[in-house]
Design a protein around this ligand. Sequence first.
Ligand code: SF4
Length: 360
Amino acid sequence: MSPDAATISSSTSPVSSSSWSDLATIALQGESIARADALRILSADDDQVLAILDAAYQVRREFFQKSVQLYYLKNAKSGLCPEDCGYCSQAKGSEAGIDKYPMLNAERLMDGARKAFESNARTYCIVASGRGPSDREVDHVANVVTQIKSEFGLHICCCLGLLKPEQALKLKDAGVDRVNHNLNTSERFHDEIVSTHTFKDRLQTLDVCKDAGLELCAGMIVGMGETHEDVVDVALKLAELKVESIPVNFLIPIEGAQLGRPVDLDPRYCLKVLSMFRLTNPKTELRIAGGREVNLRTMQSMGLYAANSMFVSDYLTTPGQKAEEDFQMIRDLGFEITAGDYESSQLLERFGKSSSAQQV
Ligand code: SF4
C-alpha cells in the first residue's frame, strides 16, 4: 500500500453534463449528488476548484449560514493499542515517539473540559486509544461526563473504539451526546490499512450507538493510498447512514507509524474532497479534522467555504495551529463561532461579538 499522489489522481473522469451549479441546485434541495458527479469533482482540473467550491458554499450557506462549530480534543488514553491501524501513531508496531499513558484520571479530564470551554469549543471530544474500552473505563468516563455537563455544559463526544450495547447505553445515560467512530476508508480498501478489525465491526458499533440514542460522528482519513472511488464510497455510505457529523482528516504522516512516509496531498485536491462531501451530505455537519494545517496549508481558510466545523488547538498526537490564529481566520472570513445553547459571557467577550451574532 502506498499513499502516493498517483493513486489519487489516476481515476478516469466519468461523463456527466451537469454544471457545478446544477450540482448545488440538487444539494440545496437536501439531496446527495450522483456518484458520477462526485467522482467528477475529485478528478476535475485544478482550474475548476473555485467553481466547485462556490457550489459547495451555496449549500453550506443555505444550511449553516456563517456558523463555524469548534471541537476540542482530549487524548484520554494514549498509545498501548493492540490494533494495527496503519495511519495511527498509537498502533501496535508503531515506532512513533508519542506519549503513552493509561486512561487519565477525573481531574485531568476535567482540566481538558475547562480548556475546551476557554477555547470557545462547543464540543469536548474524549478520545481513548484501544480496540474498545473495558467496562471500568466506560464507568469512569460516564462519571466524569456527568461532572463536565454540570460544570461547563459542553456538548460531549466520546471516541472509545468498538462498543458493546450496554456500554453505549451507559454513556448515553451519563449525558454523552455523540460517539465518534470513523469509517476511515471504504469497505473495499479497509483491510489494506488494518487487519485486527473489520469494516463490519465499525458499522456494528455505529449501529449499537444509534440504537442507544447517541448521535453519530463518522468520517474518513484521506491520503492513505485510496482511489477516488474509495473516497466517494465513504461519502455516500455516510449519507446512507445519516450520521450527524462527518470529520474529514487528511493524513498527517508521522515518523514511525506504518504510513509514516510523506504523502503528496495538495491543497486543491483537499478542497475538492471537502466540496464533494458537502454536496453528497448537504445538511450534515462537515468538519475539517486532522491534517488541516499540514495539507491545506495557506488555503485552510478556504476549506470553511465547504465545511462548517473544525478542531481548535492540538490533535491526538500532533500539534495544531494556535486557537487565536483559528479565531482570526474565522473573523477574516466573516464567519461566526456557533455557541448555541452553550454560550457564555466569557466566550462572547473573547470573540468580540454580540450575543445575537453568535447564534445560528
Ligand atoms: S486508531 Fe485507535 S484502534 Fe487503531 S491503532 Fe490507533 S488507537 Fe488503536
